[in-house]
Design a protein around this ligand. Structure first.
Ligand code: TYM
Length: 356
């Protein structure tokens, strides 16, 4: 295929992903999601959003939600998401998603939603707040993806069950309404397989809910805090014989090292471990400094963005306008496929997107 044509084909591939605004983003979000966003925005038609409707399932206080939404947008930009290259928007600015969510709810079944591992986990974590939004969380997520007829969805490993449901709904919709409107969205990561970034406290997944605050490195943590957290990371008493398999907490530290450090550094510490010479304090020092090296430029850009809230509003407005144009096109075709409403009707006028 000629180069120009190849480039256009690449650009036609649509990508969607989002992050819930639940506080500052952490290294799990960075390596599971954002790093892939940065890679994909260079090649494809990308839609990256802030999933504020999803955040409502855990009942955040309004002031917290408002702050976290703004913060997440700032962090997207500070990490290098570029509104010239990708459409960056806030989910609740695109009401078309809610309408598609309604249609998809008609083809989503109770049993499969109840079996979803993330639903079971939430029931365990918040037994007093098992709301319907929590149950249909994957349906809303499918609507986010299908509203732009996305082919790729860059996410961490924890989101794979949701993506599987999104594929089921795409297939079911196409079958029921005899259309080929929706492609089946695939998980995407340039590392090959979707990853799970572990916590520093020995937990298998770095997360605000799963691990303690000490186990999580936020993108906004100052260098001193990072050094403290890494210093206190869980390890063991060290290998007793050459080639001893690693305990989970030590394996976790190596997983983090592989993400932030050079291959030479990783090899050096692996050899030290294999030959029982490893000093965990040295490994932790290196790990902390490499994390700081990664986060320093992000934190510097964040400071500039904090000083310019007007710019943020303009970006959100522009993103919502572009996202709605794409969403309305899909929704029009959805309505036609279902034959809902009156044939040939004029769509209602587009209201202004809300401001932050
Ligand atoms: P959320 O907000 O929990 O996480 C955002 C992204 O970060 C990834 N992630 C991780 N990846 C690797 N290791 C970790 N420790 C780690 N922690 C978080 C998540 O896999 C995710 O990619 N349901 C989604 C948000 C969403 C969405 C969507 C995503 C709503 N609609 C449509 C994609 C497409 C969520 O709660 O992610």
């Amino acid at each position: 295929m000629p180069q120009q044509q190849q480039k256009e084909t690449q650009q036609n591939i649509r990508v969607v992903s989002g992050i819930r605004p639940t506080g500052d983003l952490h290294l799990g979000n960075y390596f599971g999601a954002i790093q892939n966003f940065l890679y994909l925005q260079e090649k494809h038609t990308c839609f990256f959003f802030i999933a504020d409707w999803h955040a409502l399932t855990t009942h955040p206080r309004p002031a917290e939600l408002g702050y976290a939404t703004q913060r997440t947008l700032q962090l997207y930009l500070a990490c290098g998401l570029d509104p010239q290259k990708a459409t960056i928007y806030i989910q609740s600015h695109v009401p078309e998603i809610a309408e598609l969510y309604l249609y998809l709810n008609m083809i989503a079944y109770l049993g499969e939603l109840e079996r979803c591992p993330t639903f079971k986990e939430k029931v365990r974590l918040q037994p007093d707040n098992v709301n319907a939004g929590l149950l249909t969380y994957p349906v809303l997520m499918a609507a986010d993806i299908l509203i732009h007829r996305a082919q790729y969805v860059p996410v961490g490993k924890d989101q794979l069950p949701h993506l599987e449901l999104a594929r089921d709904y795409a297939r079911r919709f196409n079958h029921l309404y005899e259309t080929d409107l929706f492609p089946e969205p695939q998980p995407y990561t340039f590392q090959g397989e979707p990853i799970k970034v572990p916590g520093l406290d020995g937990s298998p997944k770095m997360s605000k809910t799963g691990s303690s605050e000490k186990g999580v490195i936020f993108l906004t943590d100052p260098p001193e805090v990072i050094r403290q957290k890494v210093k206190r990371a869980v390890t063991d008493s060290g290998p007793q014989y050459p080639g001893q398999p690693m305990s989970e907490p030590v394996q976790n530290l190596f997983t983090l090292l592989e993400l932030v450090s050079s291959p030479e550094t990783v090899n050096y510490f692996r050899e030290q471990y294999q030959s029982c010479k490893i000093r965990y304090a040295e490994l932790k020092h290196q790990l902390a400094e490499d994390i700081i090296r990664l986060l320093t430029p992000i934190q510097e850009r964040l400071k500039e963005l904090e000083a310019n809230p007007k710019q943020l509003q303009a970006i959100a407005y522009e993103g919502a306008t572009r996202a709605r144009t794409s969403a309305r096109e899909t929704l029009q075709r959805v309505r036609e496929a279902i034959q809902i409403g009156l044939k040939g009707e004029t769509p209602p006028p587009v209201p202004e997107p809300l401001t932050l």
